[in-house]
Design a protein around this ligand. Structure first.
Ligand code: NA7
Length: 555
């Protein structure tokens, strides 16, 4: 086999019979999977559509792209050496630094030699006879393996709305989630940004500082908290590094996989003065810590209202033009029920002379023209349009692959009414196919690094269990899956989350079933549940021996 140096795309791959596990995706999930599976002695092939590792952080290179989980917490915990040696330069890391970290991990653990880049998996069909997954790629590869792991990410299928006339536009277009690798220079240009989600909120202040004119088209305003980002101090770094083992353990048991210093008091249990003091303190600390100001902001409308009102007042105090301030102040959904944003000078950007806000809620974008767009009967001309219009979240990347399980049933067909999984890890009818941070798991409601590692550990332990027991397949029972889908839904409806038209609810994609996709029962509780199920011999799963004897957890 040639070295990667002589074969840049690393396309010379192991023959089918030599592969134990096919992994789709070389983001943080795929990288850790490969490392762990190798540790088990399993021959693993990773397919990745990009030209290098990094997943989300490979694609989302837009100006201002940054993680909203603190650097000291948004990193792998599986290697003590790695977590001690890597140095983050800021409290919240910017995309280039996170990508360098992913590259460093790939180098340090010599991962690239088992990754085939520039290759999209197009089909994965389960062959019942051999109990192997047969995989096809857009480059003509055909491989088969007993195990398939979809490490395709939750926010990797970008979405440009189906605007009339889009193909006619002659200027430059960009999507935040698929940004060019070359420098994009907006100097002297008239730029339009469509969307005001997390990506836009990060990009707008940076683009505004460069462009001649920036026009922001907002359909729904977002609540955003200042990040208070700054350089990493040696003291803060040491505080974490000297106690990583116990801090990481605490994060794993926490609600969201992030240590946010939660205040275990209801917002309704304190006086108005005390409430304002707490919000003021959290606003000063910055970041998503704000949402941990009280313990019932996600569940109690009255409590939530107080936090939302506080943030609206902050927006009014920052934005000089009262009309723009009112437009920017979210009012019709509870704070946090669309993903809370974290910014650096977002609202301040609207005080610049070269930035204009246009409301497209009442008058949606009618069409894209050769030179710009039309909304509310007004014509706007741009040298470049930035689509910050988000993703077909959680299910988009999975359903983009022609996945067929037992009896040739497609995943698309099975999920027509919404995703159905057991634990967000597997779906009935699709034996030996695992999803990392799939719908029905805490995933996007948590620190992804914590949830990714938990899933990878669970999956790899599961495969080891099968191997040790001479079992060759695992699949959830329909009953267990029904129970889990019901539980995910029930827990979601104990919160305020279903009230918002969010991508958590699939509401941003026309025609997508409207239901709350991630599991909101808490990272710690979820982990305990997964561990308990494994400890009970994989309760709710059907395990099969090579000889076809069905083994259930009760045996
Ligand atoms: P989001 O949060 O889905 O934001 C997409 C934005 O695009 C949002 O403001 C949308 O408005 C807007 N949008 C979408 N379609 C349209 C149309 N047709 N017209 C006008 N505006 C539109 O994606 P991001 O990339 O910002 O963030 C995704 C996640 O990445 C983020 O939550 C973090 O977890 C990281 P809407 O709100 O739907 O009215």
């Amino acid at each position: 086999m040639p070295s990667q140096a002589s074969d840049p795309n690393n396309r010379e791959h192991l023959s089918s019979s030599e592969i134990d596990v096919v992994v789709v995706g070389a983001g943080f999930s795929g990288l850790y999977l490969l490392h762990k599976l190798r540790g088990l002695g399993l021959r693993t092939r990773v397919f990745e559509g990009a030209s290098d590792v990094g997943g989300t952080w490979y694609w989302n290179r837009y100006p201002g792209a940054r993680c909203d989980v603190e650097s000291m917490q948004y990193s792998y915990s599986f290697s003590e050496e790695l977590q001690q040696e890597w140095q983050w330069s800021e409290r919240f890391s910017a995309q280039p630094e996170i990508l360098s970290y992913a590259e460093h991990v790939a180098d340090r653990f010599d991962l690239r030699r088992d990754i085939q880049f520039d290759t999209l998996v197009t089909a994965a069909h389960f062959d019942e006879e051999s109990r192997y997954w047969k995989i096809e790629t857009n480059r003509g590869d055909r491989v088969s393996a007993p195990f398939l792991v979809m490490a395709t990410g939750c926010l990797s299928s970008t979405r440009v709305p189906d605007f009339k006339g889009l193909e006619n536009y002659t200027g430059k277009t960009y999507h935040t989630g698929n940004w060019p690798h070359e420098d994009v220079d907006f100097s002297g240009q008239r730029v339009g940004v469509i969307g005001t989600g997390s990506s836009a909120i990060q990009a707008i202040p940076v683009i505004a500082a460069q462009a001649a004119q920036l026009t922001v088209f907002q359909r729904t305003p977002n609540y955003s908290i200042p990040s208070r980002n700054g350089p990493m101090t040696p003291e803060y770094e040491q505080q974490w590094k000297s106690d990583y083992a116990s801090l990481r353990a605490e994060a794993r048991k926490s609600r969201n996989g992030v240590l946010t210093n939660p205040n275990e008091v209801s917002a309704m249990a304190v006086s108005e003065d005390e409430r304002q003091r707490v919000y003021e303190d959290r606003w000063e600390v910055g970041g998503t810590y704000f949402m941990a100001a009280f313990n019932d902001l996600a569940t109690n409308q009255q409590s939530n209202d107080t936090a939302a009102a506080f943030v609206r007042d902050k927006i009014r105090s920052i934005v000089a033009d009262p009309e723009a301030a009112e437009l920017l102040a979210a009012k019709d959904y509870p704070i946090g029920t669309k993903r809370i944003c974290v910014d650096t000078d977002y609202f301040e950007a609207f005080n610049r002379d070269n930035v204009t806000l246009v409301d497209v809620r009442e008058a949606p974008i009618e069409e894209i023209t050769e030179t710009g767009l039309v909304t509310g009967g007004r014509n706007f001309e741009f040298d470049a349009i930035v689509f910050a219009t988000g993703f077909d979240a959680m299910t988009g990347a999975l359903l983009a692959v022609d996945i067929q399980g037992r009896g040739g049933r497609t995943l698309t067909e099975k999920w027509r009414g919404g995703p159905r999984t057991y634990l967000g890890l597997m779906s009935e009818g699709f034996p030996n196919m695992f999803m990392i941070t799939g719908p029905g798991s805490p995933s996007v409601l948590s620190n992804m690094m914590v949830s990714i590692q938990q899933h990878v550990d669970w999956v790899v332990d599961g495969i080891a269990y099968l191997r040790a027991g001479d079992l060759d397949s695992i699949e959830p029972t329909r009953e267990a899956e029904d129970g889990w889908v019901g539980h995910v839904n029930e827990v979601a409806h104990q919160t305020l989350f279903p009230q918002a038209n969010s991508w958590y609810m699939g509401a941003n994609v026309p025609g997508k079933p409207r239901l709350f996709m991630p599991y909101i029962g808490g990272v710690g509780a979820y982990r305990d549940k997964c561990d308990e199920i494994a400890a009970n011999g994989y309760d709710g799963f059907c395990l099969q021996e090579a000889k076809n004897r069905v083994v259930t957890a009760a045996e």
